[in-house]
Design a protein around this ligand. Structure first.
Ligand code: MG
Ligand code: ZN
Length: 214
């Protein structure tokens, strides 16, 4: 029975996620799990967030990608502790992958750990990794139909960042519909319009995140 198998996998994952969360709580680290489709701007958002919060709190990053170390190198160049996880064929991070790298992370010296999930709008939302909150990044160029097509991502997230807001004049995206549909799935979703290119909206997002960490 496929349904039973999937349920057991998620239950086992949730147990390890709870262990991770205990480790994070004991170290006093707030953890966000950043999810989006490939190319929505997760790494750019993390770079912007680090620059905005630099000097206010101490940040570490775990990068999840199927292959490659480009993203980790971008973060490392900012002088931030970072670990790259290459999932091979897996299209999401799970709690065990995070658990395995935690001994190599200086958690006690950190206030905020940002986990960048594998670019994918489906299963990252199903797998807890021990985070305090999930954060979703949707670039407006992806289309205003995405909230209703991928509801779980929106339901599981505490914050939604609508990125590439500078491209609004060049797309057919209906920003109002994107927000209405997102809020219809999750009325407590905190929504930010941002551009990781121009920096618009980054301060508002970073201030909100900072208040969550405190
Ligand atoms: Mg990335
Ligand atoms: Zn997956």
């Amino acid at each position: 029975m496929k349904v039973t198998v999937v349920t057991r996998i998620l239950e086992a994952n949730d147990r390890i996620a709870a262990e991770n969360r205990k480790i994070f709580d004991e170290a006093g680290v707030y953890v966000i799990n950043v999810m989006s489709a490939p190319g929505a701007g997760k790494t750019s958002l993390i770079e912007r967030t680090i620059k905005e919060l630099n000097g206010k709190i101490k940040i570490g990053v775990i990068e999840g990608d199927i292959a490659g170390t480009d993203d980790a190198q971008r973060i490392e160049s900012l002088g931030i502790p970072v670990i790259q996880i290459n999932t091979g064929s897996a299209c999401h991070l799970d709690a065990n992958m995070i658990n395995e790298v935690l001994p190599d992370m200086p958690l006690k010296d950190m206030d905020l750990l940002i986990i960048e999930n594998v670019g994918n709008l489906v299963c990252p939302a199903e797998f807890k990794v021990g985070e305090n909150i999930k954060v979703m990044l949707l670039s407006i160029a992806e289309g205003d139909d995405k909230p209703l097509k991928y509801p779980l991502m929106f339901q599981e997230s505490s914050a939604l960042l609508l990125n590439k807001i500078d491209l609004l004049p060049y797309t057919n995206a209906d920003l109002g519909k994107m927000k209405r549909d997102s809020l219809s799935l999750n009325s407590s979703l905190k929504i930010f319009d941002v551009s990781c290119k121009t920096g618009e909206g980054i301060r508002e997002w970073a201030d909100w995140l900072h208040s969550q960490v405190k």
